[in-house]
Design a protein around this ligand. Structure first.
Ligand SMILES: N[C@@H](CCC(=O)N[C@@H](CS)C(=O)NCC(=O)O)C(=O)O
Length: 204
């Protein structure tokens, strides 16, 4: 099994953390998304990473599908609970964290266009989604240790990956000072080996 990934993708990091937390070995294949010879399209018609290529060459995407696949491979340390209401809560937290990443990625890509082609209105709209999402998560995490039912889950992993990504791309949002409940939550998460070993390294 191999994972096509880029080191800074929050979605791919989520998958890498889930694999580590579940003690599942996956080979990593770093790709360059802009490279015309990148193998990604061969496996995912959408051209997006992460993609998990199974031993029989079947490809799984997107990150939400891959994390469920990995979580179901072993009952040890379930990250998406079986209980219906806990499961819905976990995937809802995760959907919001991923949605914030979607808006942050869109704003970042727009800001990389030549200045005349950029839309300031579009960027502002995406950043507003990021800050509204951060506010909601900051309120919901409140004084809790973990996002759902006081148990570490996929919700915490998704939130942690999103926070690291927003910090990497939008330092000026200064989320660590503006969302103190999230900052406290993050300070606990980054002590886990799975987070330390997957920290983004590049600023590209
Ligand atoms: N919903 C997808 C999002 C994946 C995604 O947007 N990945 C980005 C990298 S961070 C990508 O591959 N972008 C390339 C493209 O959109 O062409 C997931 O959860 O896997």
């Amino acid at each position: 099994m191999k994972l096509l990934y880029t080191p800074n993708s929050p979605y791919a990091r989520k998958v890498r953390i889930v694999a580590k937390e579940k003690h599942i070995n996956i080979a990593l294949q770093e790709v360059v998304l802009g490279d015309p010879d990148s193998p990604v399209k061969q496996y995912n018609p959408l051209g997006k990473i992460p993609v998990l290529v199974l031993d029989d060459e079947e490809a799984l995407y997107d990150s939400r599908v891959i994390v469920e696949y990995l979580d179901d491979r072993t009952p040890v340390g379930k990250l998406v609970p079986n209980d219906h209401s806990a499961r819905i809560a976990v995937i809802r937290w995760s959907a919001l964290a991923d949605g914030i990443c979607d808006a942050a990625v869109s704003a970042m890509l727009e800001s990389r266009k030549p200045r005349q082609q950029q839309s300031a209105v579009f960027i502002e709209k995406q950043i507003a989604k990021v800050t509204a999402g951060l506010e909601k998560l900051n309120k919901d995490i409140s004084k809790k240790k973990w996002c759902v039912n006081e148990t570490f889950s996929l919700a915490d992993i998704s939130v942690g990956c999103m926070l690291a990504y927003v910090g990497l791309r939008f330092k000026k949002l200064n989320w660590q000072d503006n969302y103190l409940n999230l900052a406290k939550h993050y300070s606990v998460l980054i002590k886990r080996p799975s987070f330390k070993e997957t920290a983004p390294t590049l600023s590209l």
